[in-house]
Design a binder for this molecule. Structure first.
Ligand code: ZN
Length: 431
């Protein structure tokens, strides 16, 4: 393992056992640990606050939860796996027979070893999740069972994490991930950890654009973030919902709502250059793009990852664990995100200051002194003077550098270097 993979592995193991939900101490503890990686600001939004058509729910915390059989043996225990308890379960302490208990037990007959993940944020109830194997083994029909859930639902807060990485320009891209799932690794601890390391990498080198990084509980958290940052969110250039980035399967790319948006072209270019096969999914309402791409904001949000939600067998069950998700896979996805962001950072639009006819290059010190520098040989690719001529040809104040790169079949990094030279010579300027 590389040093970075080891670091990713360290945080996966520390964060995996925490009981996260849409609110609660597990969420705060998750963000506190992430603050070791990046300087996140924490926002607390109080219970009862209206956020568009929604309302911040009561804060949920749980101390213990178990079911005992008639011999007093704990047969299901939240301490062994936080997936055993339906998230947002009401407190309860009662004795009941199988007929009354069975409506509160959830399992998947089709995945007999797996504990399913279930939530009930907005319907007041309680419940336990168990594997189908355990259900058959531990619950003979004629017994009486004792159920104890020591949870509380209080006037508290919904917790969000955010940071802004300022670039030369105040125009921003959004990087958002959700951290409301308990012990589930691909969906979405992998996305949480990747986002933290991605932000750390972005902070290392000065950027053209600014990057807004958001850790929000899915749905209600993203809605609350949009409500509390409405003006900024209306100006976002594009973004990423970082989720399911650490599975063993092939890389996938989920497009934004407008397939013609440049962010899709940039992601596709980067993935094609890896030389490996990747799956492409059209836009859907799978995650927080439901909020960010809604009519008021219309942000083009894409997702790149490994093993998309809904698509892998153990999705939303205890099989989505650290046997499935490896630090190396997250590291691989992180590399793709970094390449995409480096490329996006070069999505600069220049305008030619002499749009009428050609610029007199010698007047600006741009004309080559040696004749051989003027010769274009196909085998060697374009030399600098030809790149200068094509850049001045394409830079019409509307066409981005990535688009020009695709048209010229020259890497955007090479174009960026020449464009900067032209900028210094004051023949090109940024729009
Ligand atoms: Zn999920």
């Amino acid at each position: 393992m590389t040093d970075l993979s080891e670091e990713i592995d360290h945080y996966l193991r520390r964060l995996f056992p925490l009981c996260r939900s849409i609110t609660g101490h597990g969420n705060r503890e998750t963000l506190r640990i992430l603050q070791e990686i990046i300087p996140l600001s924490i926002l607390e939004i109080p219970t009862g606050e209206k956020v568009y058509d929604w309302e911040i729910p009561r804060e949920w915390n749980v101390r213990e939860a178990w079911i005992k059989n008639s011999r007093g043996e704990k047969i299901v225990d939240f301490r062994n796996n936080n997936l055993h308890l339906v998230s947002y379960s009401q407190p309860v302490h009662t004795r009941l027979g199988w007929n009354d208990l069975k409506d509160h037990l959830h399992y998947r007959e089709g995945l007999p070893h797996a504990i399913p993940y279930k939530t009930s944020y907005y319907r007041e109830t309680w419940g336990f999740c168990i594997s189908w194997d355990d259900c058959r083994r531990l619950f003979p029909g004629d017994e009486e069972f004792e159920v104890f859930i020591d949870s509380e639902l209080t006037q508290g807060n919904l917790t969000l994490g955010e940071m802004l990485i300022p670039g030369k320009s105040r125009r921003e891209y959004l990087i958002s991930t959700y951290f409301c799932h308990p012990s589930l690794a691909n969906d979405n601890l992998s996305g949480v950890v990747l986002t933290a390391f991605l932000a750390r990498e972005l902070m290392k080198t000065p950027r053209q654009f600014s990057y807004r990084v958001v850790f929000a509980p899915e749905t209600i958290g993203a809605i609350a973030y949009c409500q509390t940052h409405e003006e900024a969110m209306k100006k976002i250039l594009g973004g990423f919902v970082v989720t399911c980035v650490g599975g063993p399967g092939s890389v996938y790319f989920k497009k934004s709502f407008d397939p013609g948006h440049w962010i899709n072209a940039v992601v596709e270019d980067v993935l094609r250059e890896t030389g490996e096969e990747f799956l492409v999914y059209p836009f859907d309402h799978g995650s927080d793009e439901r909020q960010y791409s809604s009519p008021a904001f219309r942000i083009n949000m894409v997702t790149v990852g490994k093993d998309k939600y809904f698509e892998y067998p153990g999705y939303h069950t205890s099989l989505d664990n650290l046997d499935l998700v490896k630090a190396g896979a997250i590291h691989q996805s992180l590399g793709i995100y970094l390449k995409v962001l480096d490329r996006l950072d070069l999505e600069i639009i220049f305008e030619n200051f002499n749009p009428a006819c050609e610029t007199m290059l010698s007047r600006h010190g741009l004309y080559p002194r040696n004749d051989e520098d003027l010769v274009f040989s196909k085998g060697k690719g374009l030399n600098e003077i030809h790149i200068i001529l094509w850049l001045l040809f394409y830079c019409d104040g509307k066409t981005g550098l990535n688009e020009i790169s695709r048209k010229m079949e020259v890497p955007v990094e090479a174009l960026g270097r020449v464009a900067e030279k032209l900028e210094k010579a004051k023949v090109l300027g940024r729009v």
